[in-house]
Design a protein around this ligand. Structure first.
Ligand code: ADP
Ligand code: MG
Length: 444
């Protein structure tokens, strides 16, 4: 992408109303624009990162055996009357009336809808287990939307739903998602800790929140510090095998959010390992048995010929919130420092004298080679001052910056700056481009 053709409205000043660094940087880097309280447009740069996060979440769901589909944002009130949640959900639900005076709502979550779909097609023990998911916008009329997209009213969620014959089988689905979440957040450059959590309005008895530790997090959390640096199961884990030991290893140590905190239990953690901190909830998994299948009559016939309600669970990831969490974890005073897995551009080419024939030619060349190598470079071909170019390259977090100017070129040299470490390498154009194309620089 050539910057002169792109849409990147960066701001010099930090907007006064943005309290936390991720919100400030997202506004300054031209990633989002607020349209109403808690409702945002995703400008091209923000959209690019959002899509990369979404794709990693998707790949890890697929790997764990979940099947993607897509349900609508607008749902009918009648569906929610069946579960009894239409009245319970309260003011957080955005209620809509259509032209025929039918009561509709903008979905805050999809348990009812997926249960309706399941019961329409699946009747037998042969139809389970099933894990179905979608990645879709949700709306919750939060009392206090804040911190930008961290607590929005409209937000993107990945929600998976599991259907199993009985409690034991449901536990296996729960474990699949538990492990998939550890892998997902790790690929996004985040250290997440699963913590025992309250089940809230979704209900049920087994629930974990996945928390990324950050000073600006909304939740107060307490855990054994060994959980923070524990290795993740990794991509070669066998999802059809027994995942219980992996889950047990992480649930044996103390970890709880404020609502579930038990100070007597926490006191048993060795003093030097007691961590009380703040965190961002990036995922939440629930096993709720027959809470929905019972009232909504989603039953399956067991091998003994009897019909029983199917056992269910639901598993959410805050896809849009993750963008904020990633920035909270990876930034410095100059701007974003993306983990490579989600960087909006793989590299930048900075032309220090646009209009100078030799510099333009070297930049065009480097840009073309990086494009061919699949690096998705951003080429700053504008007439802006070098200082402004460097500042926005750092602000938007270009992981490798190829800096090309007439003075260096005369000696056959250009600079490669590594955003994370700040390292600068002086190289010939050919070497610099070749090393970037081979991805042989270390990003620290
Ligand atoms: N208002 C919001 N803005 C952004 N992300 C949200 C919001 N509410 C929930 N999420 C994300 O969706 C995930 C699943 O939501 P859920 O646990 O059902 O919501 P809650 O924790 O509010 O009860 C959460 O873990 C969080 O990452
Ligand atoms: Mg939650």
């Amino acid at each position: 992408m050539r910057l002169s053709n792109y849409f990147l409205p960066v701001l010099k000043e930090t907007p006064a109303d943005a309290e936390i660094v991720s919100h400030q940087l997202m506004l300054r880097a031209g990633m989002i624009r607020q349209q109403s309280a808690g409702i945002y447009s995703w400008l091209p740069l923000g959209h690019k990162v959002l899509k990369k996060i979404e794709q990693i979440v998707r790949e890890e769901q697929d790997r764990a055996g979940a099947i993607e589909m897509l349900m609508p944002t607008i749902q009918s009130a009648d569906l929610w009357r069946e579960s009894g949640r239409y009245d319970d959900y309260g003011l957080e639900m955005l209620r809509i009336t259509d032209r025929r005076k039918r009561e509709m709502l903008f979905g805050p979550t999809n348990e009812e809808m997926i249960t309706e779909i399941f019961r329409s097609y699946c009747r037998s023990y042969k139809d389970v287990p099933k894990l179905l998911y979608h990645i879709q916008w949700k709306f919750r009329d939060e009392i206090r939307p804040r911190f930008g997209i961290m607590r929005g009213r409209e937000f993107l969620m990945k929600d998976t739903y599991s259907f199993d014959l009985d409690e034991d089988a449901a536990r296996k689905s729960y474990n699949r998602m538990f492990v998939a979440y550890l892998n997902t957040f790790s690929r996004l450059g985040l250290k997440s800790v699963p913590m025992r959590a309250d089940t809230g309005p979704i209900g049920g008895d087994l629930s974990h929140e996945f928390i990324v530790l950050a000073e600006t997090g909304e939740s107060e959390v307490f855990c054994h510090s060994d959980l923070v640096d524990m290795d993740v199961p990794g991509s070669d884990v066998d999802f059809s095998g027994d995942l219980q030991p992996l889950v047990d290893q992480r649930t044996a140590l103390y970890a709880a959010t404020e609502e579930m905190h038990d100070s007597a239990e926490f006191a048993k953690v060795p003093e030097g390992k007691r961590l009380s901190a703040r965190g961002i909830e990036v995922g939440h998994i629930f096993n709720f048995g027959t809470k929905y299948s019972d009232p909504m009559k989603a039953v399956v016939t067991h091998p003994d010929g009897k019909d029983r309600p199917v056992h269910m669970g639901s598993y959410g990831v805050g896809v849009s919130r993750l963008l904020g969490a990633i920035i909270e974890a990876h930034h410095d005073e100059k701007g974003c420092i993306w983990p490579e897995s989600v960087a909006p551009f793989g590299a930048g080419v900075i032309n220090l004298r646009a209009g100078d024939a030799a510099t333009d030619a070297a930049c065009d060349n480097a840009y073309a080679t990086l494009c061919d190598a699949g690096l998705e470079p951003l080429y700053d071909d504008t007439g802006n001052r070098p200082g402004a170019k460097f500042a926005s390259a750092d602000l938007i977090g270009l992981p490798y910056q190829l800096i090309i100017g007439p003075r260096g070129l005369k000696e056959g040299k250009i600079e490669v700056r590594v955003r994370r470490s700040g390292e600068v390498h002086e190289l010939s154009v050919e070497d610099a481009v070749a090393r970037l194309a081979e991805r042989s620089f270390s990003n620290g």
